[in-house]
Design a protein. Sequence first.
Length: 309
Amino acid sequence: MDESNWIEIARTGTFTDSQGRPQTFTDADLAAIASAYNPQQRDCPLVFGHPKTDAAPAFGWASGVRAEGGRLLAQFAQVPGEVKELVAKGHYRHVSMSLMPDRKTLRHVALLGAAQPAIDGLKAVELAQGADCITVDFSTSQGGSMTAEELQRQVGQLQAQVEALKTENADLKKKADAHKEGKDKAEAEKAAAQEKADKTAADFAAYKGKVEGEKREARVSALVAAGKITPAEKAGVLQFAAALAAQGGTFDFAAPDGTAETISLEEKYLREQEARPADARGDAMFSAPPAHSAEGGQNINPAELTAKL
């Protein structure tokens, strides 16, 4: 069995779930989850965040689950290259496990960005090699019907076909060269396959942007609620954070435990705002112009402002 394809998704201990309730996992509990998993009856999708509806697309499927040494491990298949690249770059460092109310049926496994998992002590996720960290989130409802799951499965399979379509394009080109009379048909099939692949990539990018936008909105709203920025500053903070995200780039620094950590410029900016004391408002946009000075975001230059971070 190839150990590099298995990742940690839970461990024994007592943790607080998403509803604020203590949840204890024993070796027997982890073994029950592993033995209950049957992808032929109900397969577990890999998603971004914790989607509010079961119509959200899947970006991989758990092909196997096992328990050993006080850890719960999962193996994933059909993960698009784009998702592996995001994880490899550190944009999604954690994974969160969601269970059905019976505490042994996996509902989904979610890739997390800045959100911290409920289960600590697990390694950071690394889909390319398999060593990764996973958290727990307990569902309070049964969640999706089989029809919704089937739709989710179809979207996930479409993502997995992107690489297959590239191979198909190459085969079609060889066929056109070898059979001149069928060249027009082969070229048409090749163009259709490429169009399908491009649409899949665009759908993925749109979904990723939506998820990250919702996360950004939630974090800035929390800053307002905590009194760290004023309601009037909220739009400007959101605009500046989004500009940093669009610009890209990373920042390296030493974490409190002595390890080196690489985060995006947007994450660095938001962490600095979250570290501000409550009610210390009035200079939250230390590196960005106030909201009222930007008309439609046209006068914000992320390249210049990033240098101040």
